[in-house]
Design a protein around this ligand. Structure first.
Ligand code: ZN
Length: 459
């Protein structure tokens, strides 16, 4: 049997022997809800009890590093250097999860205890992100066990705060820039475009959250006594919102539109399937006119009102309310000047006579947008290897529609970023019943085993 076949056989056996499921079960059993952790150090057991045995087997020397931001969870970094002549691959993963939501799962499923129902593995973190980085670590291990070397150097960076905005990751990458120096990031998070086709994405959209507030006076005033002579904040806010997008969601502020939807990006997006999800119909007439749904999702910006409030809708009273508030968000791709988003909004509101609408922005940019160019040599190499193994074209998207701390790698470490997701859109990440199909996990493990094998093969 050829050596590569032995490595693949080894990966297959991880499923038939139950080893993969047992290991994933032990990771899921460590509760790592970063939002509700009592102390940042509660989360460290994911490194010491969860990942340490595989990292030891991989010969990766690790260090737990305090977060540069006070009370934020520590990082795990590590490396295995085979030779300074070889290329170095950086692996990233996050061990934290969103809250368990334990009472909301299907009957008989406990989010802390892995359970297989209808060939699907349920548990909090299975898709986001424990299952995904476990695949990569075990694929590396299959290669190492068979070839006795990887054929490249590997460095790792794990965090336990991704679900709360990756506090300190940007600073850590700056402080440990030399330590983390690598040629490429290969990591896995987020969903594939289609469940059975390998996907590569090169970055992520960013997000800016802000509040719009109108406050005229203290307390509500009887609408019978005052209606007609007092400004209504709800009416004013609605009108202000109506000039940010039109009634079908296309953005009306010029500086909010990206300049990055090039022919090359369009060409890549054209070859993707048009159906975004089997379970949710998209609204064809929503968003920027003239763009395909993939262009709207992966190549354009979108504005959302996340919450809207004036008065108490459950206990309404006949009164003119004193204030109104909207929590808003702009998701944006690279090619948008993020630092000008709020300024442009201010100018736009002022021009239209909405000086009374206040924009409140604390930490306005939640996530920066970033991505690696489509003409990158690592993409070419990896796409080729994945395609050969899969036997057909894979899906390549310029960036994920959601957000990831990708800019820490592109902007601080200055390396290309190749994301290979091992999940699918219906996995219920961030919701009850998070799961992945066993077949998807098994296929992804073989895909990654073959990828790492080939990346190290000529060395
Ligand atoms: Zn997540």
């Amino acid at each position: 049997m050829a050596l590569l076949d032995q490595a693949l056989e080894n990966s297959k056996n991880l499923f038939s022997s139950g080893e993969f499921i047992t290991k994933l079960g032990s990771l899921v059993n460590i509760v790592t809800d970063s939002k509700n952790a009592l102390s940042a150090y509660d989360l460290t057991s994911y490194y010491t009890d969860g990942l340490s045995d595989i990292l030891v087997d991989l010969g990766i020397q690790t260090e737990i590093i305090d977060n540069p931001i006070k009370n934020a969870p520590p990082f795990l970094i590590g490396k295995r250097i085979e030779s300074s002549e070889l290329k170095t691959i950086l692996l990233y993963g996050h061990g934290d999860t969103v809250p368990l939501q334990k009472d909301l799962w299907n009957k008989g499923i406990n989010p802390r205890k892995l359970k297989i129902v209808d060939e699907k593995i349920y548990g909090r973190g299975v898709a986001d992100n424990k299952g995904q980085h476990l695949i990569n670590l075990l694929a590396l291990l299959s290669v190492l066990k068979t070839r006795k070397k990887l054929g490249f150097n590997i460095k790792i960076i794990f965090e336990m705060g991704e679900e709360v905005g990756s506090p300190g990751l940007f600073e850590l990458c700056g402080q440990y820039k030399d330590y983390l120096k690598s040629d490429v990031l290969i990591a896995s998070d987020g969903p594939r475009v289609a469940i059975d086709v390998p996907t590569v994405f090169l970055g992520s959209r960013g997000a800016i959250n802000f509040e719009l507030e109108v406050k005229y006076r203290e307390g509500a005033h009887h609408s019978g006594n005052w209606g007609g002579v007092l400004r209504d904040p709800g009416v004013r806010l609605s009108h202000a919102l109506s000039i940010i997008t039109n009634k079908t969601g296309n953005i009306l502020i010029d500086n909010w539109k990206p300049t990055s939807l090039t022919e090359e990006v369009r060409g890549r997006l054209k070859s993707l399937p048009t159906t975004i999800s089997k379970t949710l119909e998209i609204d064809e007439n929503w968003g920027e006119p003239g763009l395909s749904s993939n262009e709207k999702l992966f190549g354009w910006n979108s504005f959302s009102i996340l919450a809207l409030k004036s008065g108490d809708i459950d206990i309404p009273v006949n009164a003119i309310q004193p204030s109104a508030k909207a929590l808003c968000q702009l998701r944006f791709v690279v090619g948008t000047d993020a630092n000008k988003v709020i300024l442009s909004l201010r100018e736009h509101l002022d021009q239209h006579g909405f000086q009374d609408i206040k924009i409140i922005t604390e930490n306005a940019i939640n996530f920066e947008a970033s991505r690696t160019n489509l003409d990158n040599v690592w993409l070419e190499k990896i796409e080729h290897i994945l395609q050969e193994f899969y036997g057909d074209n894979i899906h390549v998207i310029p960036n994920l529609a959601g957000s990831l701390p990708n800019n820490c790698f592109t902007d601080v470490l200055n390396i290309p970023t190749i994301w290979i997701p091992h999940s699918y859109k219906e996995c219920s990440q961030h919701a009850p019943n998070e799961h992945l199909p066993i077949n998807l996990l098994r296929d992804a493990l073989l895909l990654m085993t073959n990828l790492y094998w080939n990346l190290g093969a000529s060395n």
